[in-house]
Write a protein that binds this ligand. Structure first.
Ligand SMILES: Nc1ncnc2c1ncn2[C@@H]1O[C@H](COP(=O)(O)OP(=O)(O)O)[C@@H](O)[C@H]1O
Ligand SMILES: [Mg+2]
Length: 268
């Protein structure tokens, strides 16, 4: 693990999540040359993030280039590609690394958002193992965050997660029939292959079942060993609507419960 290379001079502290999962966080006290981060930033890495960053110097370099260009008004798409978002922040792809970054203002607690998302991720994955949740439901992996100190010029909070395709939501799919021609073109470009009416209907059917399954995952997580805090659907998925569900066309529908699309819950 090369967490040390992210912050060689400081200590990493372990934090245990309600379900036993471990996170690691640190405050950057000394900034090494080429540092990704301003001094006194808080850096947090989830267990998924730890796995991702381990021995992945190429990715760390890409993140460095991304961070450097984040002050420019327009960065090249292979460095920082806009995916969407107006509400709590904007979301960008870090080139083609498969990592997406949500750049949010300080009004929202990134820590709590990350805890919720990461907890829900494991609830869903456990649900799949127990055959309670179908394979076509997903939640992007969340890798961690970077929060600059209050004094820093850049007040954005950076949350790192798994990129899902072009970031097309169910809301986008609906505006294929009701939106302007500009909307349609934008969505079409991100989708790549156009959707058939049958596919759109199929996605709508999946959407109807999604809430029930997410609820099942949460209820199940509450009953597992060592969990002392009971979480409700509303706590774990406070902003559930069609704009916060991404779709992805899968290569192997058989592995996806025979569904041609996977639905991903985001932005909770
Ligand atoms: N993990 C992701 N992969 C790809 N695109 C994403 C991802 N997360 C968000 N997006 C894109 O960014 C948009 C805004 O993200 P969201 O988290 O919903 O922020 P907001 O708070 O602005 O609603 C989404 O509608 C989607 O297009
Ligand atoms: Mg949203």
């Amino acid at each position: 693990m090369n967490l040390e290379s992210l912050n060689p001079s400081s200590k990493w502290e372990e934090e245990q999540m309600a379900d036993g999962e471990k996170w690691f966080h640190t405050t950057i006290t000394e900034v090494p040359e080429n540092s990704l981060v301003p001094k006194h930033s808080t850096l947090l890495v989830t267990a998924e993030g730890k796995k991702l960053f381990a021995h992945n110097d190429r990715l760390l370099k890409k993140l460095l280039v991304y961070k450097r260009s984040s002050n420019k008004r327009k960065a090249a798409a292979h460095i920082r590609k806009y995916l969407g978002g107006e509400g709590n922040g904007s979301v960008y792809a870090v080139g083609r690394t498969g990592v997406a970054i949500k750049e949010a203002g300080t009004q929202q607690s990134v820590h709590w958002a990350l805890e919720r998302m990461d907890g829900l991720y494991r609830a869903i994955e456990n649900g799949k193992r127990n055959k309670l949740i179908p394979e076509w439901i997903g939640l992007p992996k969340h890798y961690g965050y970077l929060i600059p100190p209050i004094s820093a010029e850049d007040q954005r909070q950076y949350m790192l997660m798994q990129q899902i395709d072009g970031g097309v939501t169910i809301e986008d799919i609906r505006s294929l029939s009701s939106g302007t021609s500009e909307d349609r073109e934008r969505i079409q470009n991100r989708l790549g292959t156009p959707l058939t009416q049958t596919e759109i209907q199929g996605i709508e059917e999946q959407w109807k079942k999604l809430e029930g399954f997410l609820n099942t995952a949460i209820v199940q997580a509450n009953t597992s060993k060592g969990v002392d805090e009971q979480r409700t659907f509303k706590q774990m998925v406070p902003d559930f609507h069609e704009g916060n569900v991404l779709i992805e066309r899968v290569k192997f529908p058989k592995r996806n419960g025979d569904e041609p699309f996977k639905l991903w819950a985001i932005d909770q």
